[in-house]
Design a protein around this ligand. Sequence first.
Ligand code: BES
Ligand code: MN
Ligand code: ZN
Length: 500
Amino acid sequence: MEFSTQTSASLHQIKTAALAVGVFTDGILSPAAETIDHASGGALRALPTHELTGKAGSTLVLRDLKGVSAQRVVLVGLGKQADYTSKTLATAEQAFAAWCVSIGIEEAVSSLSSIECKDTTLRSRARTAALAAGQACYRYTATRAATDNEIKLAKFALWATRGKPANEAQKGLREGQAIANGVQLARTLGDLPPNVCTPAYLGETARKLAKEFKSLKAQVLERKDIEALGMGSFLSVARGSDEPPVFIVLKHTPPGTKGTRKEAKPPIVLVGKGITFDAGGISLKPAANMDEMKYDMCGAASVLGTLRAVAELELDHEVIALVPSCENLPSGRANKPGDIVTSMAGKTIEILNTDAEGRLILCDALTYAERFKPRAVIDVATLTGACVVALGHVNTGLFSTSDDLARQLLDAGKEINDTAWRMPIEEAYQEQLKSNFADLANIGGPPAGSVTAACFLSRFTESYTWAHLDIAGTAWRSGKDKGATGRPVPMLVNYLLNLD
Ligand code: BES
Ligand code: MN
Ligand code: ZN
């Protein structure tokens, strides 16, 4: 999709297949809607109130209005004016783009970002708009014919005042587009079947990204390299499957860093859980919905998607993605409950449940991260069913021992409608991970399952600033709309954009 700004002074003279203008409830028109109403001799005000509801995300189409050049004016509902937030804007922009896609038009213009909205700037609203439009254009097609109309929408313009506003909007559009591309990559990887999206496939994806973007360099470590690093915990999980494991290092170096930059800041390291299928191992999962455990690599997908966005934006910070990837299957060589393995950090781990495998692969990646002397490390993982119980599908679980980092991530998520909720992670929970036979156990019993999982990880992150995002409830949707969401790519990219 191509994003641009439309800076024509008079809204009613814009020639387009569809022009979106916003309306609030109680018949309150946005300034753009007001303009169209005037130009058309009161066509909007003439509508009965039960048609012009202004309900958030609703669309009402008016065709061939007198005095208006656009073929269709789409009245997009924005809800109550007093409650208007960037979330409503995203809903509205997505509804408009989805409608454009459904009727098969090729280009459209939206005036929605021009509406003032608390805690936002024109730039952030343009970012939201481009992301929403990009999201509406995602279709999974890799392994089947498209079931609905193919997407014709190829051009999306934001109406903005010429000069500084148009420049700000342009910046936001570019950011939103890069985020949307990162989200698309993460969704595609998540939705691909587990016999296609294997550890090797994720490695290949990293290599392809490095080919496409100059700032990216990919290293895909194989089993023997992983053995040489001493990642005994990660390898113990990988051993249960015939599919070989990989450990991906994908590095973004800002253009012009070499030599010329005065002081290169320490990098941000992102770690993504890359279990391409989680059957649970010997602690086998029940059969119902087990297919959804193909999504157990969504952490990996999101950090690859984030690096894609970072590279497209030529971000001025070093960012490194680490992905430990393998399958978790039962077999004659799989981990058994009671097995004790030695992590790269030298700590021994008693595996009491082989289904708590995410932490076993992440702990070694978190130890590997130490070598970069990072400014911060953020891991992203579909780690616990308990997180879904705690937070449902609304918020990602955020765990951090740093109030600063936690705040930055919460704010970044809120600004781009990809929210997290902070969960506790205090010393008292560590008690539950005690083992009689090893330095720690890999499970802490039923109480506070997502917290003890985070506590387990924290034992490997003591040398740097760290946060953990549990995306078990937010990485994909189940049921008839089953599909990956691409979260938390928007939060992560926004966090990186906000860094000084
Ligand atoms: N990948 C799962 C977590 C998961 C389960 C995410 C369901 C989304 C939906 C993880 O590897 C796992 O199996 N965790 C166990 C941990 C338990 C054995 C302590 C869980 O949550 O049941
Ligand atoms: Mn598991
Ligand atoms: Zn898992």
